[in-house]
Design a protein around this ligand. Sequence first.
Ligand SMILES: NC(=O)c1ccc[n+]([C@@H]2O[C@H](COP(=O)([O-])OP(=O)(O)OC[C@H]3O[C@@H](n4cnc5c(N)ncnc54)[C@H](OP(=O)(O)O)[C@@H]3O)[C@@H](O)[C@H]2O)c1
Ligand SMILES: [Zn+2]
Length: 342
Amino acid sequence: MRAVHVTQSGDPASSVAVAEVETPTPGPGEARVAVDAVALNRLDVFARLGHPAESDEFPKRTGVDIAGTVDAVGEGVDDTLLDTDVVVYPVVECGECEFCHAGEQTLCPTYEIIGEDRPGGLAEYVTVPAHTLEPVPDELSMETAAATPVAFTTAWRMIVTTGRLRPSESALILGASGGVGHAALQLADRTGARTYATTSTNEKAARLREHADAVIDYTAEPFDEAVRAETDGRGVDLVADHVGEETWQSSIDALAPGGRMVICGATSGADPDIDIRSLYQAHRQIRGAPMGNREDFRDALDLVARTDVGPRIDRVLPFERAAEGHAALENREVVGKVVLEP
Ligand SMILES: NC(=O)c1ccc[n+]([C@@H]2O[C@H](COP(=O)([O-])OP(=O)(O)OC[C@H]3O[C@@H](n4cnc5c(N)ncnc54)[C@H](OP(=O)(O)O)[C@@H]3O)[C@@H](O)[C@H]2O)c1
Ligand SMILES: [Zn+2]
């Protein structure tokens, strides 16, 4: 079968290539998915650029966001799954620890991500534990199903489960043109809260106005000052920050007294230089909210199926043009998601 490999650390053109590899056979408890669509995430770019905290082994097969059709099942798996259109919840947990028992798969100390810790879906076929599969709702295309899991499960965790945003509140979403950011902006808007979004170009700003009461171009003005100007000096109740060290202090400064900052990433680096007094003196909180649990995933998928909330698909490319998708994401040319198809 054909698979997209990251062959080395480097620029997309020289490091992302289609390879011919053996088609996997599902083991006990596994299903094989004939892949229709895979969405890229910043994680695919990090896998290529090299993770600062991990030693890298190449080639790697990424692809966390997978939709396709079950074409084979392993021992112990119900064969009525065959021919079902499925989307993958990309978390494989131990199933036995206190956190797994509480339904918090991503609190499990040994959980793995398909496409990061295990071979991902950027291939014609992928084998995954059958319990990770969720049927694709009738209303959704394979592209939309593939573009939903990481962005919307993480955004759901940030805005709903951990952020607990209410209709009477206000929220600032950083990097609102990105996968997680665009999902978070839509969810925040859907709650009825006042929404503010940051982005880096006028062109991207125009696309965000549909869901944001105000869009801030942070290359033109400091976004915390813009937020305070928009809120009569008060600040917002919630900031969703996945940018990291470049933005942490400004995010804290954009919070109203008692406000909360929800975080899921550190694209610009993980060592912010912050004034901790700016946190505790104003009763502000920082809450970790990475990829959500299975319930967050199901709730997000259901909302995407039922409403006009959903991933904006920026482009769909064949596997052969995967390097182009990597480059677009790395260069911040995308609003929403890049989807690849075999
Ligand atoms: N822990 C988890 O479970 C989890 C899950 C999902 C995502 N994440 C993390 O969340 C972050 C966003 O992921 P994503 O897939 O949504 O990424 P993405 O689609 O590439 O979007 C990132 C956006 O951030 C903005 N940005 C601001 N400063 C940036 C900088 N210094 N470098 C790059 N982009 C910058 C960019 O928009 P503008 O140029 O318009 O500002 C860009 O569109 C990543 O760090 C990712 O690892 C973590
Ligand atoms: Zn566990």
